[in-house]
Design a protein around this ligand. Sequence first.
Ligand code: PEP
Ligand code: MG
Length: 328
Amino acid sequence: RQAAYAALREVTPISRDGQRITVMINAGLRDDIANLNLTGADGIGLFRTEFQFLVSATLPARERQTRLYRDVLEGAGDRPVMFRTVDIGGDKTLPYLRHDDGESEENPAMGWRALRVALERDGLLKVQARALLEAAAGRTLNVMFPMVVEPWEFDAAKAVFDGQLAFLKQRKKMVPEAIRYGVMLEVPALAEQLDILAPKISFLSIGTNDLTQFLYAADRSNPKLAERYDWLSPSIMRFIRRIVTVLDGKGIDITVCGEMGGRQLEALALIGAGIRRLSITPAAVGPIKELVGKIAVAEIEAAMAQWLAHPPRSLRAAMIEWVSERGI
Ligand code: PEP
Ligand code: MG
Protein backbone atom coordinates (compact mmCIF):
# COMPACT_ATOMS: atom_id res chain seq x y z
CA ARG A 1 0.00 0.00 0.00
CA GLN A 2 2.84 2.34 0.85
CA ALA A 3 4.29 1.94 -2.63
CA ALA A 4 0.93 2.74 -4.21
CA TYR A 5 0.65 5.86 -2.08
CA ALA A 6 4.22 6.95 -2.81
CA ALA A 7 3.73 6.83 -6.59
CA LEU A 8 1.10 9.57 -6.44
CA ARG A 9 2.29 11.49 -3.41
CA GLU A 10 3.89 14.29 -5.39
CA VAL A 11 0.97 14.78 -7.78
CA THR A 12 -0.60 18.23 -7.29
CA PRO A 13 -4.34 18.23 -7.97
CA ILE A 14 -4.57 20.97 -10.59
CA SER A 15 -7.11 20.64 -13.38
CA ARG A 16 -6.33 21.16 -17.07
CA ASP A 17 -7.87 24.62 -16.82
CA GLY A 18 -5.74 25.54 -13.82
CA GLN A 19 -8.11 24.96 -10.88
CA ARG A 20 -6.46 23.75 -7.71
CA ILE A 21 -8.64 21.22 -5.91
CA THR A 22 -7.92 20.70 -2.21
CA VAL A 23 -7.68 17.00 -1.35
CA MET A 24 -7.57 16.13 2.33
CA ILE A 25 -7.97 12.96 4.37
CA ASN A 26 -10.46 11.74 6.92
CA ALA A 27 -8.82 10.52 10.11
CA GLY A 28 -9.55 9.70 13.71
CA LEU A 29 -6.62 8.05 15.41
CA ARG A 30 -3.00 8.92 16.11
CA ASP A 31 -1.80 6.34 13.59
CA ASP A 32 -3.74 8.04 10.81
CA ILE A 33 -1.38 11.03 10.87
CA ALA A 34 1.18 9.00 8.92
CA ASN A 35 -1.27 8.94 6.01
CA LEU A 36 -0.83 12.68 5.55
CA ASN A 37 2.79 12.30 4.54
CA LEU A 38 2.24 9.04 2.69
CA THR A 39 -0.47 10.50 0.46
CA GLY A 40 0.73 14.11 0.21
CA ALA A 41 -2.76 15.27 1.15
CA ASP A 42 -3.52 18.93 1.88
CA GLY A 43 -4.63 18.34 5.46
CA ILE A 44 -7.16 16.50 7.58
CA GLY A 45 -10.59 17.69 6.50
CA LEU A 46 -12.37 15.55 9.07
CA PHE A 47 -10.85 14.37 12.31
CA ARG A 48 -13.44 12.15 13.99
CA THR A 49 -12.65 12.73 17.66
CA GLU A 50 -15.12 10.06 18.78
CA PHE A 51 -12.69 7.33 17.68
CA GLN A 52 -10.61 7.90 20.80
CA PHE A 53 -13.78 7.52 22.86
CA LEU A 54 -14.80 4.37 20.99
CA VAL A 55 -11.51 2.57 21.57
CA SER A 56 -11.40 3.53 25.22
CA ALA A 57 -13.01 1.56 28.08
CA THR A 58 -13.81 4.74 29.98
CA LEU A 59 -14.36 8.38 29.10
CA PRO A 60 -10.92 9.64 27.95
CA ALA A 61 -9.52 12.06 30.51
CA ARG A 62 -8.89 15.63 29.37
CA GLU A 63 -5.11 15.21 29.39
CA ARG A 64 -5.38 12.21 27.09
CA GLN A 65 -7.57 14.15 24.71
CA THR A 66 -5.16 17.09 24.75
CA ARG A 67 -2.21 14.84 24.00
CA LEU A 68 -3.94 13.28 21.01
CA TYR A 69 -5.02 16.62 19.53
CA ARG A 70 -1.56 18.10 20.05
CA ASP A 71 0.11 15.12 18.39
CA VAL A 72 -2.23 15.44 15.44
CA LEU A 73 -1.55 19.16 15.06
CA GLU A 74 2.17 18.64 15.35
CA GLY A 75 2.08 15.82 12.82
CA ALA A 76 0.08 17.96 10.42
CA GLY A 77 2.48 20.92 10.70
CA ASP A 78 1.30 23.69 8.38
CA ARG A 79 -1.55 21.64 7.02
CA PRO A 80 -5.00 22.33 8.50
CA VAL A 81 -6.87 19.86 10.68
CA MET A 82 -10.65 20.13 11.06
CA PHE A 83 -11.52 18.63 14.41
CA ARG A 84 -15.07 17.43 14.74
CA THR A 85 -16.43 17.30 18.29
CA VAL A 86 -17.68 13.91 19.40
CA ASP A 87 -20.30 12.23 17.25
CA ILE A 88 -21.36 9.40 19.49
CA GLY A 89 -24.72 7.74 19.65
CA GLY A 90 -26.35 6.48 16.48
CA ASP A 91 -24.25 3.59 15.23
CA LYS A 92 -21.42 4.52 17.62
CA THR A 93 -22.52 3.65 21.14
CA LEU A 94 -20.41 3.83 24.27
CA PRO A 95 -21.06 1.57 27.23
CA TYR A 96 -20.04 4.31 29.64
CA LEU A 97 -22.30 6.94 28.17
CA ARG A 98 -25.95 6.11 28.10
CA HIS A 99 -29.16 7.98 27.95
CA ASP A 100 -30.61 8.48 31.44
CA ASP A 101 -33.48 6.09 30.93
CA GLY A 102 -31.06 3.43 29.72
CA GLU A 103 -33.42 2.31 26.99
CA SER A 104 -32.24 1.41 23.54
CA GLU A 105 -33.50 3.60 20.74
CA GLU A 106 -35.59 2.48 17.80
CA ASN A 107 -33.98 4.92 15.40
CA PRO A 108 -30.51 5.65 16.76
CA ALA A 109 -29.33 7.46 13.62
CA MET A 110 -32.09 9.98 14.22
CA GLY A 111 -31.80 9.75 17.95
CA TRP A 112 -29.72 10.88 20.86
CA ARG A 113 -26.40 11.42 19.13
CA ALA A 114 -23.66 13.89 18.28
CA LEU A 115 -24.32 17.47 19.33
CA ARG A 116 -27.59 16.40 20.90
CA VAL A 117 -25.63 14.37 23.44
CA ALA A 118 -22.90 16.99 23.79
CA LEU A 119 -25.31 19.83 24.54
CA GLU A 120 -27.20 17.82 27.11
CA ARG A 121 -24.07 16.41 28.76
CA ASP A 122 -22.25 19.65 28.41
CA GLY A 123 -19.53 18.52 30.82
CA LEU A 124 -18.39 16.29 27.98
CA LEU A 125 -18.19 19.19 25.54
CA LYS A 126 -16.52 21.48 28.11
CA VAL A 127 -13.73 18.96 28.64
CA GLN A 128 -13.30 18.49 24.91
CA ALA A 129 -13.32 22.24 24.27
CA ARG A 130 -10.62 22.77 26.91
CA ALA A 131 -8.55 19.93 25.45
CA LEU A 132 -8.79 21.34 21.92
CA LEU A 133 -8.08 24.93 22.98
CA GLU A 134 -5.04 23.86 24.98
CA ALA A 135 -3.75 21.53 22.29
CA ALA A 136 -3.93 24.31 19.69
CA ALA A 137 -2.25 26.96 21.85
CA GLY A 138 -0.36 29.33 19.57
CA ARG A 139 -1.82 27.77 16.41
CA THR A 140 -5.04 27.89 14.45
CA LEU A 141 -7.82 25.71 15.80
CA ASN A 142 -10.44 24.53 13.32
CA VAL A 143 -13.38 23.00 15.10
CA MET A 144 -16.72 21.84 13.76
CA PHE A 145 -19.88 20.43 15.24
CA PRO A 146 -21.68 17.31 13.95
CA MET A 147 -25.40 16.96 13.25
CA VAL A 148 -26.22 20.65 13.58
CA VAL A 149 -29.87 21.03 12.64
CA GLU A 150 -30.71 24.57 13.74
CA PRO A 151 -28.49 27.64 14.12
CA TRP A 152 -29.08 27.87 17.89
CA GLU A 153 -27.35 24.51 18.32
CA PHE A 154 -24.24 25.99 16.78
CA ASP A 155 -24.53 29.02 19.09
CA ALA A 156 -24.89 26.79 22.16
CA ALA A 157 -21.87 24.68 21.23
CA LYS A 158 -19.75 27.73 20.44
CA ALA A 159 -20.77 29.27 23.77
CA VAL A 160 -19.15 26.28 25.50
CA PHE A 161 -15.90 27.04 23.65
CA ASP A 162 -16.20 30.76 24.46
CA GLY A 163 -16.58 29.88 28.14
CA GLN A 164 -13.49 27.69 28.16
CA LEU A 165 -11.52 30.27 26.20
CA ALA A 166 -12.41 32.97 28.73
CA PHE A 167 -11.37 30.63 31.53
CA LEU A 168 -7.96 29.97 29.95
CA LYS A 169 -7.36 33.66 29.27
CA GLN A 170 -8.28 34.56 32.81
CA ARG A 171 -5.68 32.06 33.99
CA LYS A 172 -3.16 33.65 31.61
CA LYS A 173 -2.79 30.39 29.71
CA MET A 174 -1.71 30.35 26.11
CA VAL A 175 -4.67 30.05 23.73
CA PRO A 176 -4.99 29.43 19.98
CA GLU A 177 -3.80 32.21 17.71
CA ALA A 178 -7.05 31.92 15.77
CA ILE A 179 -10.18 29.83 16.12
CA ARG A 180 -12.25 28.96 13.08
CA TYR A 181 -15.67 27.46 13.69
CA GLY A 182 -17.57 25.28 11.29
CA VAL A 183 -20.45 22.86 11.06
CA MET A 184 -21.14 19.55 9.43
CA LEU A 185 -24.05 19.80 7.06
CA GLU A 186 -25.55 16.33 7.22
CA VAL A 187 -29.16 17.02 8.16
CA PRO A 188 -31.13 18.56 5.29
CA ALA A 189 -33.04 20.96 7.57
CA LEU A 190 -29.89 23.00 8.18
CA ALA A 191 -29.72 23.88 4.49
CA GLU A 192 -32.97 25.82 4.89
CA GLN A 193 -31.34 28.17 7.41
CA LEU A 194 -27.85 28.29 6.01
CA ASP A 195 -28.07 31.99 5.20
CA ILE A 196 -28.84 32.65 8.88
CA LEU A 197 -25.88 30.59 10.06
CA ALA A 198 -23.43 31.75 7.40
CA PRO A 199 -22.14 34.95 9.09
CA LYS A 200 -21.09 32.91 12.13
CA ILE A 201 -19.02 30.20 10.47
CA SER A 202 -15.73 30.00 8.64
CA PHE A 203 -16.24 26.61 7.06
CA LEU A 204 -18.81 23.99 6.30
CA SER A 205 -18.34 20.30 5.75
CA ILE A 206 -20.95 18.32 3.89
CA GLY A 207 -21.25 14.83 5.35
CA THR A 208 -22.76 12.94 2.47
CA ASN A 209 -23.00 9.66 4.41
CA ASP A 210 -25.63 11.03 6.74
CA LEU A 211 -26.98 13.61 4.32
CA THR A 212 -27.85 10.91 1.79
CA GLN A 213 -29.42 8.77 4.47
CA PHE A 214 -31.65 11.64 5.58
CA LEU A 215 -32.45 13.01 2.13
CA TYR A 216 -33.55 9.61 0.92
CA ALA A 217 -34.95 8.42 4.25
CA ALA A 218 -32.80 5.33 3.71
CA ASP A 219 -30.73 3.83 6.53
CA ARG A 220 -27.04 4.04 5.60
CA SER A 221 -26.26 0.77 7.38
CA ASN A 222 -29.14 -1.33 6.07
CA PRO A 223 -27.71 -3.74 3.46
CA LYS A 224 -31.14 -4.16 1.88
CA LEU A 225 -31.02 -0.52 0.84
CA ALA A 226 -27.37 -0.34 -0.14
CA GLU A 227 -28.09 -0.66 -3.85
CA ARG A 228 -31.49 0.97 -3.85
CA TYR A 229 -30.61 4.61 -4.43
CA ASP A 230 -27.69 6.04 -6.29
CA TRP A 231 -25.99 8.86 -4.43
CA LEU A 232 -24.78 10.03 -7.80
CA SER A 233 -28.24 11.43 -8.38
CA PRO A 234 -29.77 14.72 -9.49
CA SER A 235 -31.39 15.10 -6.03
CA ILE A 236 -28.11 14.98 -4.14
CA MET A 237 -26.24 17.03 -6.73
CA ARG A 238 -28.92 19.71 -6.90
CA PHE A 239 -28.91 19.86 -3.13
CA ILE A 240 -25.14 20.30 -3.00
CA ARG A 241 -25.19 22.80 -5.85
CA ARG A 242 -27.74 24.88 -3.92
CA ILE A 243 -25.49 24.96 -0.85
CA VAL A 244 -22.58 26.14 -2.99
CA THR A 245 -24.78 28.85 -4.50
CA VAL A 246 -26.19 30.05 -1.17
CA LEU A 247 -22.69 30.40 0.29
CA ASP A 248 -21.09 31.83 -2.84
CA GLY A 249 -18.96 34.91 -2.15
CA LYS A 250 -19.33 34.62 1.62
CA GLY A 251 -15.77 33.41 2.18
CA ILE A 252 -16.84 30.09 3.67
CA ASP A 253 -14.79 27.00 2.81
CA ILE A 254 -17.04 24.16 1.70
CA THR A 255 -15.70 20.63 1.90
CA VAL A 256 -17.37 17.33 1.15
CA CYS A 257 -16.18 14.80 3.73
CA GLY A 258 -18.50 11.83 3.11
CA GLU A 259 -17.26 8.65 1.48
CA MET A 260 -18.62 9.57 -1.95
CA GLY A 261 -15.86 12.13 -2.49
CA GLY A 262 -13.33 9.31 -2.68
CA ARG A 263 -14.90 7.69 -5.73
CA GLN A 264 -13.96 8.75 -9.23
CA LEU A 265 -17.29 9.58 -10.83
CA GLU A 266 -18.70 10.99 -7.61
CA ALA A 267 -15.70 13.26 -7.08
CA LEU A 268 -16.04 14.44 -10.66
CA ALA A 269 -19.74 15.16 -10.10
CA LEU A 270 -18.98 17.10 -6.92
CA ILE A 271 -16.42 19.23 -8.74
CA GLY A 272 -19.01 19.78 -11.42
CA ALA A 273 -21.42 20.97 -8.74
CA GLY A 274 -18.91 23.58 -7.58
CA ILE A 275 -17.09 21.73 -4.79
CA ARG A 276 -13.35 22.51 -4.62
CA ARG A 277 -12.42 20.74 -1.40
CA LEU A 278 -12.69 17.04 -0.70
CA SER A 279 -11.83 15.12 2.44
CA ILE A 280 -11.63 11.43 1.71
CA THR A 281 -10.28 8.08 2.74
CA PRO A 282 -6.44 8.06 2.41
CA ALA A 283 -6.41 5.27 -0.17
CA ALA A 284 -8.42 7.48 -2.54
CA VAL A 285 -6.19 10.56 -2.33
CA GLY A 286 -3.71 9.56 -5.05
CA PRO A 287 -6.33 8.40 -7.56
CA ILE A 288 -8.47 11.51 -7.01
CA LYS A 289 -5.46 13.85 -7.39
CA GLU A 290 -4.65 12.07 -10.64
CA LEU A 291 -8.24 12.42 -11.85
CA VAL A 292 -8.19 16.17 -11.25
CA GLY A 293 -5.22 16.50 -13.60
CA LYS A 294 -7.22 14.91 -16.42
CA ILE A 295 -10.27 17.16 -16.33
CA ALA A 296 -11.20 20.72 -17.17
CA VAL A 297 -13.36 22.09 -14.36
CA ALA A 298 -15.28 24.48 -16.61
CA GLU A 299 -16.21 21.59 -18.85
CA ILE A 300 -17.61 19.35 -16.12
CA GLU A 301 -19.38 22.33 -14.58
CA ALA A 302 -21.13 23.08 -17.86
CA ALA A 303 -22.10 19.44 -18.28
CA MET A 304 -23.39 19.22 -14.71
CA ALA A 305 -25.47 22.39 -15.15
CA GLN A 306 -27.14 20.72 -18.16
CA TRP A 307 -27.72 17.45 -16.33
CA LEU A 308 -29.19 19.20 -13.31
CA ALA A 309 -31.47 21.36 -15.46
CA HIS A 310 -32.68 18.38 -17.49
CA PRO A 311 -31.94 15.29 -15.40
CA PRO A 312 -31.17 12.19 -17.42
CA ARG A 313 -32.82 8.97 -16.31
CA SER A 314 -29.50 7.91 -14.82
CA LEU A 315 -26.92 10.56 -14.00
CA ARG A 316 -24.37 7.80 -13.51
CA ALA A 317 -24.94 6.44 -17.01
CA ALA A 318 -24.72 9.94 -18.51
CA MET A 319 -21.47 10.58 -16.67
CA ILE A 320 -19.94 7.26 -17.67
CA GLU A 321 -20.62 8.16 -21.28
CA TRP A 322 -19.20 11.66 -20.82
CA VAL A 323 -16.04 10.32 -19.23
CA SER A 324 -15.44 7.63 -21.82
CA GLU A 325 -15.99 10.05 -24.72
CA ARG A 326 -13.12 12.09 -23.31
CA GLY A 327 -10.91 9.14 -22.49
CA ILE A 328 -10.74 10.14 -18.81
C1 PEP B 1 -20.97 11.84 7.12
O1 PEP B 1 -22.02 11.71 7.75
O2 PEP B 1 -20.92 11.91 5.88
C2 PEP B 1 -19.68 11.94 7.82
C3 PEP B 1 -18.58 12.26 7.18
O3 PEP B 1 -19.65 11.64 9.14
P1 PEP B 1 -19.76 10.16 9.72
O4 PEP B 1 -19.53 9.21 8.57
O5 PEP B 1 -18.72 10.08 10.77
O6 PEP B 1 -21.15 10.13 10.24
MG1 MG C 1 -22.18 11.94 9.86
